[in-house]
Write a protein that binds this ligand. Structure first.
Ligand SMILES: [Zn+2]
Length: 162
């Protein structure tokens, strides 16, 4: 992948990355992906929710819109009860370019064990980083009905480089 080679070259060369890697042109989409790994509802007697998942963000050619997917497994930490899954899709979500990455906001199409859930919930995806890996971090923050399940705090993860 061109992007992978570019990042590796920059790391090897010790370049200070500025906004350059974030530049999105009409030439094509820019795709990021990685994992989510976090805990919520940490005071629950059954154990915190352990959240594990894969996600992807495709920022489209003009840079103003993005498609997002996430595949999430949840299980009570320690007790191992209540395993279940969620899938999250944002289509044509709005992209705001930040000095250290992207903020992507849209209404999520969300499922629980394959069935529609939490209709109309806003989802904010932050892709942020710093000088050597940009973006390096991801977070998903749910609002509305989805926040009642996932909690209001960001669910954190990592951007994969390979
Ligand atoms: Zn869940």
């Amino acid at each position: 992948m061109h992007r992978r080679r570019f990042i590796a070259t920059m790391l090897l060369a010790g370049f200070t990355l500025t906004a350059a890697p974030l530049t999105v042109t009409a030439a094509g989409a820019q795709k990021f992906q990685g994992i989510l790994n976090d805990y919520t509802d940490t005071t629950n007697a059954a154990g915190a929710w352990h959240i594990n998942g894969h996600w992807s963000v495709t920022i489209k050619g003009n840079g103003g819109k993005a498609d997002v997917t996430a595949s999430i497994a949840m299980i009570r930490n320690g007790s191992g009860v209540s395993p279940h899954t969620h899938h999250v899709v944002l289509e044509n979500a709005d992209v705001i370019q930040l000095s250290n990455g992207y903020s992507i906001v849209g209404t999520g199409t969300i499922t629980t064990n394959g069935a529609a859930a939490f209709a109309g919930s806003l989802v904010t995806v932050l892709l942020t980083g710093s000088t050597d890996v940009l973006p390096s971090n991801v977070s998903f923050t749910f609002e509305g009905a989805a926040a009642g399940h996932f909690g209001p705090a960001p669910i954190d993860g990592v951007v994969t480089i390979d």
